[in-house]
Ligand binder design. Structure first.
Ligand SMILES: C[S@@+](CC[C@H](N)C(=O)[O-])C[C@H]1O[C@@H](n2cnc3c(N)ncnc32)[C@H](O)[C@@H]1O
Length: 229
């Protein structure tokens, strides 16, 4: 399979359960929020908007928001959630973001979406083009160590297309080594300001006690905060 993304069947189920899924609600989202600057009056580009939770949050913080997703079903979920308060559209991160002007965005937030795209340099260059000079790029993705371990991969350094089976059905994504992520960011003109392997939250401990030991010993997601060099 060579397409650069898909949940095979579970879009609706994902959209309707993600806000209470402990890995999202009590692990990924608190970590991402901890990296955000004050958003009052800022223009945020919300990449891979899913069911619109992040879009809604950015609006609540006083931001102007442009959200996009490759999947029309997710676009509709976001539109239903926020109405006309944000610009919400269908677009593919793997293609030029022609609907976003040069030098117009203060903060790009891409939560758990980069790993659905095979090639990251192109998207990073687009992020560079649309960001203001003092802008910020934030993204979270599967931790390269975690996928390497879970899939028992022989070669850590390979970029691999992987298939997994989640509760929502089959999912497909790419994993890549840390050094490739860093090299692509640098080649696109970014410097990494912070890497975060998030701590487990008290809410997660309460919601999913059986997974606490796993997350205390293994980094599940990894977060990058980068600025233009
Ligand atoms: C794991 S979900 C995360 C959704 C949301 N960011 C959140 O954290 O709740 C991944 C999202 O990325 C979207 N996506 C996947 N590949 C994409 C692409 N190439 N361009 C834009 N969106 C994409 C999916 O449709 C899905 O909504």
């Amino acid at each position: 399979m060579t397409n650069d993304y898909q949940y095979s069947t579970g879009t609706k189920q994902y959209a309707e359960t993600v806000d209470t899924s402990p890995y999202n609600a009590y692990y990924e989202r608190p970590a991402m929020l901890s990296l955000l600057p004050n958003l009052q009056g800022k223009h945020v580009l919300d990449v891979g908007c899913g069911n619109g939770w992040y879009c809604d949050y950015f609006l609540s913080q006083g931001a102007t928001v442009t959200s996009f997703d490759r999947d029309q079903t997710f676009v509709e979920y976001t539109k239903n959630r926020v109405g006309t308060a944000a610009k919400v559209m269908r677009a593919n991160l793997a293609e030029p973001l022609t609907f976003v002007k040069d030098n117009s965005i203060d903060v790009i937030v891409a939560p758990l979406v980069m790993h659905y795209v095979e090639e990251w340099l192109g998207p990073f260059k687009e992020f560079r083009r649309v960001l203001k000079t003092d802008g910020l790029l934030l993204f979270s993705t599967h931790h390269p160590f975690m996928d390497w371990k879970l899939f028992d991969l022989k070669n850590y350094f390979e970029i691999r297309f992987l298939e997994d089976e989640w509760k929502i059905g089959k999912v497909y994504f790419y994993r890549r080594p840390l050094t490739q992520i860093s090299a692509d960011l640098e080649a696109a003109g970014f410097v990494i300001e912070r890497i975060l392997e998030p701590p487990i939250t008290d809410d997660f401990r309460e919601a999913k006690p059986s997974h606490v030991e796993k997350l205390e010993n293994n980094p599940w997601f990894i977060f990058f905060r980068a600025r233009l060099a």
